[in-house]
Design a protein around this ligand. Sequence first.
Ligand SMILES: Cc1cc2nc3c(=O)[nH]c(=O)nc-3n(C[C@H](O)[C@H](O)[C@H](O)COP(=O)(O)O)c2cc1C
Length: 405
Amino acid sequence: MSTKPKNIILGISAGIAAYRMYDLVNELKKQGHNVTVVLTKDAKNFVSELPLKVLSGNPVYSEMFCPKEQNKPIHIDLADNADLVLVAPATADIIAKMATGICDELITNILLATTAPVYLAPAMNTNMWDHFTTQKNIETLVTKIGYKIIAPEEGDLACGYSGVGHIAPNERIIKTILLGENEVRPLLGKKVIITAGGTREAIDPVRYIGNKSSGKMGIAIADAAYNLGADVVLISTVYAEKKYQVIEVETAQELQEVIEAEFDKADALIMAAAVSDYKPMKTSKQKIKKKNEDLTLELIKNPDILEILGRTKREKQIIVGFSAESEEMEKNAKEKLVKKKIDMIVANDITVPDLGFGSDENAVIILTKDGQRECLQRQPKIQIAKHICQKLAELFLSIKEAKEV
Ligand SMILES: Cc1cc2nc3c(=O)[nH]c(=O)nc-3n(C[C@H](O)[C@H](O)[C@H](O)COP(=O)(O)O)c2cc1C
C-alpha cells in the first residue's frame, strides 16, 4: 500500500496478541513508515524490547521518566511528532483508562497529549469485550473522543473461548490506519436476518399475485448490516450474489418457513420484504384458460409473520418492521408497532411519485417502541439503510444497558 511515509506511535498493551506486533512493525517499516514502539509496563511480559527496537530501527519506550532527558518531556515529544497513534493490542484495561483520561503510563500520557488520529485494535476474552463497561468505554472513545476502532474478530481465542475478541489481522489494521478508514462495527457478533423483495403467490404456473417491491431497500439494509459487522442472512425474493448468506424464496409461506428456521439463532429480524397478505385458495396446476365469462379468484389470508414473531420473540431479540402506507402513514405505522409488539418500524408513504417501490431513493419516518421518532427526508436507500442499522445498534446497546442497570 503506497501512502506518504508516516510517523507512527505504536502503543502495545499487555494482551496475548502483542506478539503479532513484531510482524506489524516489520511490515510498516518495509512500507517506509517510521514506527516508534511504546510498551506498557505489563506488555513487557508479552514482548521483548530488543526485537521491536531492531525491527523498528528506533528506541523502544516504556518509562515516563527517561534518564536521557530531552528538551521536551518524552510524552509530549512523541505526541507532537506523531502522524497517528495506534494501540494494538488494546487491552480492556487501557481502553478503560483512555475513556476516563487516566495517565499512569507513558502511552496513556501520549494519548492524552496528542492531537493526531488515534486507532485502537482491541483484543481480549469474549466476556471482557462484551462487558457493559468495555462497550460503554468503546462508545465513549468513538462518539465523544473520535477514536477509531479496528474491531476485533470472531474466532478461537488463546484463553480457550470462542467468540468475538480476536485482534484484527495485521493486514486490516494497516489498511485502516493508512487509509484513515473508520472501522466501527457495532453489529459485530450479532446475527441479523433481513428480508427483501415482494412475495409472489401463484395463481397458476404463469400468473401470480405480487407487489411492486424491488428488494432494493432490503438488500441495502443487508449490505449496511454486513458492513457494520453483522452476521447477515438475507432472505430475498430477488437474486443477489453477496459475501453473506442469501436464501432465495418466492412465496409468503416459504419466507415464513425460512425465517422460522433462522429466527431462534438470530439477534434481530428486519422485515423489509413486502409480504402478500393473501394468496389464492387454490393454485391451478395448469394454465387457466381464457373464457368468455369473468373469473373469480378466492383468496385466503397468509399468516402475519410479524405478528407471530412479535408475540413469541425472546426479550433480547429485536424486530424491525416496515409499513408502506397510502394514507395516515404515521398513525397506521404507530398502530402496527404496538399491535405487533415489535421494537421499531420504518414507515414510508407509497403515494409520493418516484419514491419507494423500485426507486433508489426513499423518505421514511422511523418510530421506536420507546417513543423515538425520526424523519429521514428524501435520500438514497443506501443512506437510509445505514441509518436503520445504526439505530438497530443503538437498540442493542439500550437493551444491554437496561439489563445491566
Ligand atoms: C496470559 C494473559 C493474557 C492476557 N491477555 C489479555 C488480552 O488479550 N486482553 C486484555 O484486555 N487483557 C489481557 N490480560 C490481562 C492484562 O494483561 C491486564 O489487565 C494488564 O494489567 C493490562 O495492562 P496494560 O493495559 O497496562 O497493558 C491477559 C493477562 C494474562 C496473564
